[in-house]
Write a protein that binds this ligand. Structure first.
Ligand code: GTP
Ligand code: SPV
Ligand code: MN
Length: 586
């Protein structure tokens, strides 16, 4: 391990230790010996279970407390000096008050435990756009997940020793008490404090907490953007590569789209799709006036249920080695894993996510939690792009917003221009999913899929989008999609998954001024024959339903958007102008 010489780091670590009072401190150097020793220790204490080494080499199983299975938005806090800076969509607590409240909880929270200090980099270490964090935690699960999701250890210490700045992330699982759980962000102090959770997004502080909530704050201050977006590359048969970035709310298809496998006839024509990121993109304007995006992460924390060889074979292949599975179902016969939607028979001798015997006979009882996850290294992904490894940005041609809406939103719709695209993003709504605690299937506004992740006032965030648009001479075109339209029997109309490439190709054609469209009050929607529908058995009526912007439906939607805007308060004029135009056209 390289000796840490950065005094600011040393002081802060000592401060955290005197607050949390661990029995010892272990610096994570990222060496395979150290990580292997931690895995062994976690297996001995029962925190982790080693899975079948032949079938799933290097894979482990982890189960959380039944009340600690998803992000917890009610207990996620933006703690600033002034309420106005957090805005009406975030839970705000005055920052000194929040520090005081949490200090009591952190006091002695690591007693009898080891405190792990994890230096990590969001982005390729030392690359132009990378930023460093240090996570202090009392959880081996966190250390092992951070090792997959970020770049950790000695190379990051070297950067810190050169004087690099860092985000201070303190986590303690404490008693994993749901009533005392807080995930608090202090963006004015580059600080994140999380306590009483041991689950994913609440505790892997590099991800949503740093790369999005603190990241969005920093981005506004420094003139770039942190977005809840996947990044993918589409290579045309002539070898030309184009890049798309898409924002969908949690559990609405980012990982799936990022790892898309083209339908057969497009494969035969020579189309290829590569994955650059599946959840978080940082973006800045390049010298050529285009928007460049980079993935901040080093792995995928993906939804397990629904992942199978047909829906997302790339994701399935990615999880076959060196992966941590959280809250899935375990097959005790061969010590492997299973989840709903996997195209393999359910185990007859299994254990559900709660650790109870499970054999799949009672369909009402799920084997895997709906938000059960895999943490898998990006390098395992068969479709990973070479651009992922350089950490340099890729120029974005199209930005795609999209939610989960059974009705109203068409399959795909192009905005008139950048500002109108920002409007489409600002009025995005989606049915809630199991990725966060609370009711599932309730439609709510989730602008740019950032409602739970924007670290500052949403109105300022919209203004930042408008301002960024002004900095670009060649901005991406903006689209809105909906893969989740349902018919009156409740079935998805659009086949989705690999077939989503058809909509993406229409979007890229539009960027080149090629494909045909019909202008609607919402923007441009494909004509029926401008979409590649080869091999699909969609009826004319289904196509109509997918592509129509129904005026009566949208008059109701309009009322909802007005209420949403009223809740936000002040808004950029560009957005209220777009709302007015929508109203007039309807
Ligand atoms: P987070 O990791 O929470 O940010 O989720 P995500 O946005 O990456 O979502 P993911 O790709 O994991 O998909 C979530 C769920 O949506 C899974 O159950 C998928 O099977 C399902 N899904 C993804 N894409 C499609 C699609 O095109 N059509 C349909 N019907 N379902 C989809
Ligand atoms: C999401 O909910 O958008 C996730 C999972 O990607 S978590 O890391 O838990 O936030
Ligand atoms: Mn996500």
């Amino acid at each position: 391990m390289i000796e840490i010489k950065n005094q600011k780091v040393i002081d802060w670590v000592n401060e955290c230790a005197s607050l949390t009072k661990p029995k010892e401190i272990l610096w994570i150097d990222g060496s395979s010996e150290q990580l292997e020793a931690l895995r062994k220790e976690a297996c001995e204490t029962g925190e982790l279970i080693k899975l079948n080494e032949e079938k799933l080499p290097g894979c482990y199983y982890y189960r959380t407390d039944p009340k600690d299975v998803a992000r917890d938005e009610k207990r996620t806090v933006i703690a600033t000096e002034r309420r106005e800076d957090a805005g009406p969509t975030n839970n705000w607590v005055q920052k000194d008050e929040m520090y005081a409240k949490m200090r009591t909880l952190f006091d002695g929270s690591m007693k009898g435990r080891t405190m792990y200090v994890i230096p990590y980099s969001m982005g390729v270490v030392g690359s132009e756009f990378a930023k460093i964090g240090i996570e202090i935690t009392d959880s081996i699960y966190v250390v092992l997940n951070m090792n997959i999701m970020t770049r950790i250890g000695d190379p990051v210490i070297e950067e810190l020793n050169k004087g690099a700045d860092f985000i201070k992330c303190l986590h303690s699982k404490a008693e994993v008490n749901a009533e005392k759980k807080y995930i608090a962000h202090f963006p004015e102090d580059d600080t994140i404090w999380s306590i009483n959770s041991a689950y994913g997004g609440n505790v892997l502080l590099g991800k949503k907490c740093f790369a999005l909530r603190i990241g969005s704050w920093l981005g506004r201050k420094e003139g770039w953007m942190a977005e809840h977006m996947l990044i993918l590359c589409i290579e045309a048969p002539n070898g030309e590569k184009k890049y798309i970035s898409a924002a969908f709310p949690s559990a609405c298809g980012k990982t799936n789209l990022a790892m898309l496998i083209p339908p057969k006839h497009l494969q035969e024509k020579g189309y290829k799709v590569y994955t650059i990121g599946d959840d978080i993109a940082w973006r800045r304007v390049g010298a050529d006036g285009r928007l460049y995006a980079v993935n901040r992460e080093n792995g995928f924390f993906g939804v397990a249920p629904g992942t199978n060889s047909k829906s997302n074979n790339n994701a399935l292949m990615t999880t076959k080695k060196n992966t941590i599975y959280t809250n899935v179902c375990r097959n005790l016969d061969d010590n492997t894993v299973w989840w709903e939607g996997l195209d393999q028979p359910a185990p007859t001798n299994g254990e559900d996510w709660l650790g109870r015997p499970w054999n799949g006979e009672n369909a009402a009882e799920k084997g895997a939690h709906p938000n059960s996850r895999f943490t898998a290294p990006a390098e395992n992904c068969p479709s990973i792009a070479p651009e992922f490894f350089t950490g340099e940005g890729v120029p974005i041609s199209a930005i795609i917003f999209g939610g989960r809406r059974a009705k109203a939103e068409p399959l795909i719709c192009q905005s008139r221009d950048w500002n109108h695209g920002v409007f489409l993003g600002s009025k995005m709504s989606s049915e809630t999913t199991a990725a966060a605690n609370g009711a599932v299937g309730v439609v709510r506004y989730d602008p740019m899929a950032m409602l739970p992740f924007c670290g500052y006032n949403m109105s300022d965030y919209f203004q930042h989008w408008i301002d960024m648009g002004k900095k670009m001479t060649n901005p991406p075109k903006i689209f809105n999609v909906n893969w989740f339209r349902k018919d009156d029997e409740g079935h998805f109309i659009w086949p989705g998954f690999g077939d989503n490439l058809r909509a993406l190709l229409w979007a890229l054609d539009r960027c080149d001024g090629k494909a045909d469209a019909v202008e609607t009050p919402l923007g441009y929607v494909p004509t029926k024959d401008s979409l590649d529908l080869e091999g699909l058995d969609l009826t004319d009526q289904q196509l109509d339903e997918l592509l129509t912007v129904d005026r009566e439906t949208w008059k109701k939607e309009l009322e909802g958007i007005k209420e949403w805007y009223a809740k936000l308060g002040r808004l950029p004029k560009e957005l209220t102008d777009s709302l007015e135009r929508l109203e007039n056209e309807l």
